[in-house]
Ligand binder design. Structure first.
Ligand code: GDD
Ligand code: MN
Length: 366
């Protein structure tokens, strides 16, 4: 006999949640008793073996599935791939650490089906919702980030940072090609990636405390968030990765000057030598920071890090030639010296960015 097709697919991104996953499946079965549902876990090769735990559950229960990604990280991209891998007309996204209250899923479904909504948001910031035991620091940051988000999402949305929501598949498909897929904020991305306003409702819930495992939200999440906002605001004009790359390049220049000054002026080292060392230090600095920030989702480590550094240095050396060449050429043709220099820097930067994004961080995915 054919199994009844799911009307609701629940997508759960996981990283080191092996202790939480069995309980989540149990809670979902309870909360969704009267609904044909399935759950798709998207695991980024968690070292704690979350994917094995999911597959073991899947052998007991065909409503459970696992997408096991290798060499990838990213909450948003995991959610997107999970949604693309299932077929129910309605999809929910929720965390795998039991902090999201699964008992409101039926209310969300009801809102979409009966009240004809596009989207239902699990919300901590409407009457009846709450953030549990957050310290005042995190609560303050969250409030500030929410305020910033209103640059790109409607201010009527009270919890744009929520990672808990349910959406009609066609609405998601309509926007999926415009998603930035950067960082943690998939709901915000969804809201900001289309022109038509979404019909949505916010359903309150209390954000629970984590019982097992730990949060992956670290300092760099703030950076990811700013990248996402920048992408939504000006991404159609300049790629946001280029902005980050250029910004870090600017910092690299400061590092270069600091090393040069301390060696040449302070240490009385010969200029050529000081300049060479400064260049080397600046390149290693630029490579490391770009690897940590700009290409956080494709971060190189171990032997790949060393290989990456080498290709980065090679690319940037050519970039430096191009920079000097263009500047000299324009200057020689009677160009203003500042303009000639800026043009050289721009060409060099674009070259470095283009080549390293392809060779250094392009990886096998081409
Ligand atoms: N596949 C995958 N890849 N999953 C990930 C990754 C990743 O790189 N990073 C985190 N996750 C999973 C976690 O395992 C968890 O199931 C879920 O994504 C949320 O991660 P947490 O680390 O628990 O985040 P949080 O609780 O600090 O943040 C939550 O609240 C924020 C609002 O304050 C999330 O729901 C955020 O989306 C939300 O913005
Ligand atoms: Mn969490």
């Amino acid at each position: 006999m054919l199994q009844e097709a799911a009307i609701l697919s629940v997508v759960v991104p996981t990283y080191n949640e092996s202790a939480n996953v069995p309980e989540l499946v149990r809670l979902l079965s309870e909360a969704l008793k009267d609904v044909a549902w399935e759950v798709i876990f998207v695991d980024d090769d968690s070292p704690d073996g979350t994917a094995d735990v999911v597959r073991a559950l899947a052998r007991q229960d065909t409503r459970v599935r696992c997408i096991h990604r290798i060499g990838r990280r990213g909450l948003s991209s995991a959610c997107i791939e999970g949604v693309m891998a299932c077929s129910a007309p309605i999809v929910a996204v929720m965390d795998g650490d039991l902090q999201h209250d699964e008992t409101i899923l039926t209310r969300m479904l009801h809102a979409i089906l009966r009240e004809d909504m596009d989207l239902a948001v699990g919300s901590r910031y409407v009457e009846g919702g709450g953030v549990g035991e957050w310290d005042s620091g995190r609560a303050l940051i969250s409030r500030f980030a929410t305020r910033l988000s209103h640059l790109v999402v409607p201010s009527t949305l009270k919890d744009p940072m929520s990672g808990f929501f349910m959406v009609r598949r066609p609405v998601f498909l309509d926007r999926v090609r415009h998603l930035s897929a950067l960082g943690f904020k998939i709901l915000l991305d969804l809201f900001a990636s289309g022109r038509e306003p979404l019909r949505f409702v916010e359903i309150p819930y209390q954000f629970r405390n984590r019982q097992a495992g730990e949060s992956k939200l670290d300092n760099q999440v703030a950076w990811d968030y700013l990248m996402l906002l920048a992408d939504k605001l000006i991404g159609h004009i300049v790629p946001v990765r280029f902005l980050a790359f250029a910004l870090i390049g600017g910092l690299g220049l400061l590092v270069h000057m600091a090393v040069l000054t301390s060696m040449y002026v302070g240490g009385k080292v010969e200029f050529h030598l000081a300049q060479a060392v400064a260049t080397l230090v600046a390149m290693v600095f630029n490579f490391s920071i770009n690897n940590l920030m700009t290409y956080r989702d494709r971060r190189l480590s171990g032997a790949a890090w060393a290989k990456g550094l080498l290709s980065f240095m090679l690319a940037c050396s050519v970039g430096a030639f191009a920079n000097v060449g263009i500047a000299n050429y324009l200057f020689g043709r009677g160009g203003q010296w500042v303009l000639a220099a800026v043009a050289g820097i721009l060409v060099g930067a674009v070259w470095n960015y283009a080549v390293t994004s392809f060779y250094t961080w392009g990886g096998k995915r081409k």
